[in-house]
Design a protein around this ligand. Structure first.
Ligand SMILES: [Zn+2]
Length: 74
């Protein structure tokens, strides 16, 4: 069995709240990296620069724990 780390991260979606209109929407990590950490609010079309903040770090570390658990089960 082989693990595809890229596809694992593709499935992860982050919740965002637009600072302009407070519309909440989801962006996948894949889209985020493709867009160079700049996302566009689907409601008001404002560009939002995504900071690599603590919540993203927390989410990524949760993914790493998930990967570790899969490896452990194998
Ligand atoms: Zn907005």
């Amino acid at each position: 069995m082989s693990l595809n780390f890229d596809s694992l991260f593709d499935d992860v979606e982050l919740d965002f709240n637009c600072p302009e209109c407070e519309f909440s929407f989801e962006v996948s990590i894949k889209e985020l990296s493709k867009a160079n950490n700049i996302i566009t609010c689907p409601n008001c079309n404002v560009d939002i620069k995504v900071q690599h903040d603590a919540s993203l770090d927390k989410l990524l570390s949760r993914c790493l724990i998930f990967i570790f658990e899969i490896l452990y089960l194998i």
